[in-house]
Design a protein around this ligand. Structure first.
Ligand code: ZN
Length: 326
């Protein structure tokens, strides 16, 4: 009898406390950009609590973490880096904010392609001599100035970009590459929380299937469109274009706004190819895109590479690109 009482009591006790633990001990995780939040949530579900370092609308080429984010890092168990340029400057400081936090590089094992420059200007590459000085400028920006800087920061984005112009960081925009990143995320979560290994494996399998389905949907969207081109201000869509055999025509040249002569050439190129839509993203100024659109009698459209609802967003962007392909 006493045994029974004890047994009943302890199982209630265990049930109560394990329920409590699940509800309250989500693994605190940080990611650099919003699409990664989607990836980690697909695999971690309600076992993780994900915070994003680069806020919506900010530019991952130049953003700086806020003091409250640096404070939140002290409670974070995992940081998923992806190789966006602000990490070059900040990752060491992020790591120092919490030596116990594990930094996981989700670009691990991914072969990065060259950042795309406009094909008319391959021999006109700009001087890289003053990169360092500009970098220091970026760091010295005051908090208050930053929002404004993002809106019309062209000179800063240009300089940051020049630094990593060799390799294209936008690896989250091709489904096959996201599958590789998802595997790295799964392994990190399993190592950090071995008690839920099976859950992470099952969630990963489901997510990988969703990614495959997205990829085959997009193949259908672009069937018969091989080699056609779309025009964008910032060349975020290199991996996407590569995956579906499209051509991205960037307006930015080596991370810089085009000079008047180059702009003229872009306008001619657009006219020759009957391009009518110029894509921009909310994180970059669209001044030269608007100018080109006006000159070709076309229009500017949005394609956001940093939306958090990654899967729906890629479906939507794909359809916009398809309409614009020439
Ligand atoms: Zn970019």
């Amino acid at each position: 009898m006493i045994f029974f009482k004890y047994f009943a009591f302890s199982s209630v006790f265990i049930l109560f406390f394990s329920g409590y633990a699940v509800a309250n001990e989500r693994i605190p995780v940080f990611v650099s950009i919003a699409p990664q939040k989607h990836f980690v949530q697909q695999i971690g579900k309600d076992l993780v609590d994900v915070q994003v370092m680069v806020p919506a609308g900010a530019n991952p080429h130049i953003v700086e973490p806020k003091p409250r984010q640096m404070a939140a890092l002290s409670k974070t168990r995992l940081y998923f880096a992806i190789g966006v340029p602000f990490e070059d400057v900040w990752l060491a400081k992020i790591a120092a904010a919490n030596p116990k936090m594990k930094i996981v590089h989700t670009d691990h094992g991914i072969d990065k392609i060259q950042m795309e420059a406009h094909h008319h200007h391959e021999d006109e590459h700009v001087h890289h001599g003053d990169e360092k000085a500009h970098n220091d400028d970026d760091q010295a920006l005051h908090d208050d100035d930053r929002e404004q800087e993002h809106k019309d920061h062209e000179s800063h984005a240009e300089d940051e970009h020049a630094e990593d112009s060799a390799r294209d960081p936008h690896i989250w925009l091709a489904p096959s590459l996201v599958k590789l990143q998802a595997r790295t995320i799964r392994e990190a979560l399993q190592t950090s929380d071995p008690g839920h290994k099976v859950d992470y494996a099952a969630n990963y399998t489901k997510f990988a299937m969703d990614i495959d389905r997205l990829d085959s949907d997009l193949r259908k969207v672009f069937a018969g469109k091989q080699g056609l081109r779309f025009m964008v201000f910032h060349p975020s869509w290199g991996y996407f274009a590569k995956a579906y055999n499209l051509k991205q025509v960037p307006i930015e040249i080596e991370g810089k706004n085009p000079k008047p002569a180059q702009l003229k050439e872009l306008i001619e190129h657009a006219r020759e190819n009957k391009i009518r839509i110029v894509f921009v993203q909310p994180q970059f100024s669209s001044r030269s895109a608007k100018l080109i659109a006006r000159e070709i009698g076309g229009q500017v459209a949005f394609a956001d590479p940093l939306a958090e609802d990654w899967m729906d967003n890629l479906q939507m962007v794909a359809r916009k690109f398809k309409m614009a392909l020439k």
